[in-house]
Design a protein around this ligand. Structure first.
Ligand SMILES: Nc1ncnc2c1ncn2[C@@H]1O[C@H](COP(=O)(O)OP(=O)(O)OP(=O)(O)O)[C@@H](O)[C@H]1O
Length: 351
């Protein structure tokens, strides 16, 4: 259990952040300058808070001398020692769970290499391994994938999912990439101007229409959890069973029976009051409108329940009015299969 409440004055900027999270990966999300790094630095002890506490399982880290805090920190630039081999870099962290960490992060074949001979993705994995081998009580990751290109990002994401599923170490994960946040995190903390403006289970926050202006209209979108039911190799399509319907999505998304997480951007959901016929979209979900929230601009955020799943749609106010949408009404949500990008599909249990 993580329980943070800290204040820190930095010139004209005031950090005044509070949240609690149950463990697993807690994503700290917010626009540039919102205070994410300052918050992480206070937790790490790199900045001394003016007031407050950072409790991990009841222990207040602000009362523990910095060198005795068992915190692993993974920076965007991996900061490996260039003159040491991968094995030596890892040993610098410690030897905790060495073999398991090497196996989990696929580092076995890299041990004799120097950092200059590693790809960006490999470098990130070594930095992560080094942090884990120090046997941390808490792991802090500040935009660990930001310096990587898309294929490297995809590679490391798979390892981060394994870490999330196998490790007990709680992680604070700073990111402004919603695909990463939706795939990895259990808890989402949204920061704005030094404050926590929203915090809670990721699926709950992301399906909440009130959170759309905070998350940003481009990034808003619910996270669904389903199970791989079938794969059609001829058409290269995977069927994913949700609580009340089955989605057909492009590509191979996991082994049969595997749990997958899908982020469905709110702007890619089309609503129809009647069951559509003769359309190319493969995915039509029958839902009920839970809430309708008008935004500042022309948009309306519509939260939908489909079985036990929550979906979020963003449509224009004009459409909402023309369709006579109201709370409780049954509607059909149409998802274009290709709207769910590969980066938005991950493995894992219900967030
Ligand atoms: N030592 C400092 N003195 C004065 N102002 C500071 C100091 N450190 C950070 N700030 C200011 O605090 C604000 C928050 O910075 P911070 O780096 O925490 O944001 P961030 O959300 O991590 O941003 P980014 O996503 O760009 O990394 C910024 O306006 C920054 O200029």
């Amino acid at each position: 259990m993580i329980d943070v409440a800290v204040q820190k004055r930095l010139g004209d900027f005031t950090l005044d952040a509070q949240f609690a999270a149950p463990g697993g990966i807690t994503a700290i999300f917010g626009r540039s300058g919102s205070g994410k790094t300052s918050l992480i630095n206070v937790v790490a002890g790199l900045l001394r808070p003016d007031a407050g506490h950072v409790r991990i399982d009841g222990t207040d880290l602000t009362q523990v001398p910095v060198r005795r805090r068992r915190i692993g920190y993974v920076f965007q630039d991996a900061r490996l020692f260039p003159h040491l081999s991968v094995a030596q870099n890892l040993a610098y962290g410690g030897t905790h769970d060495r073999d398991a960490v090497i196996d989990m992060l696929g580092l076995g074949a890299l041990l004799d290499r120097r950092p200059a001979k590693l790809s960006g993705g490999e470098t990130s994995r070594v930095a992560l391994g080094r942090a884990l081998m120090s046997n941390p009580q808490l792991l802090l990751m500040d935009e660990p994938l930001a310096a990587l290109d898309t294929p490297r990002k995809a590679e490391v994401m798979g390892y981060l999912e394994r870490l999330r599923d196998r490790s007990q170490v709680p992680i604070l994960y700073v990111s402004h990439d919603m695909s990463e946040v939706a795939r990895l995190s259990r808890t989402l903390v949204i920061m704005d101007a030094g404050r926590v403006v929203r915090a809670g289970p990721v699926a709950e926050v992301l399906s909440d229409p009130q959170a759309v202006p905070i998350v940003g209209v481009r990034d808003a979108g619910a996270v669904l959890t389903g199970r791989v039911q079938a794969f059609d190799a001829d058409d290269d399509l995977t069927q994913v069973a949700l609580s009340s319907a089955t989605l057909t999505l492009p590509g191979r998304l996991g082994a049969l029976g595997a749990q997958v997480r899908l982020r469905v951007p709110a702007q890619d959901v089309i609503l129809s009051t009647q069951a559509p016929i003769g359309i190319s979209a493969l995915n039509v979900l029958t839902c009920r409108i839970a809430t309708l929230i008008e935004g500042q601009g022309p948009g309306v955020a519509v939260s939908l329940t489909c079985g036990t799943d929550r979906l979020l749609a963003r449509i224009t106010r004009r459409s909402a009015r023309a369709m006579g949408l109201r709370v409780g009404q049954e509607v059909h949500a149409i998802l274009k299969a290709t709207a769910i990008a590969a980066a938005d599909v991950g493995t894992g249990d219900a967030p």
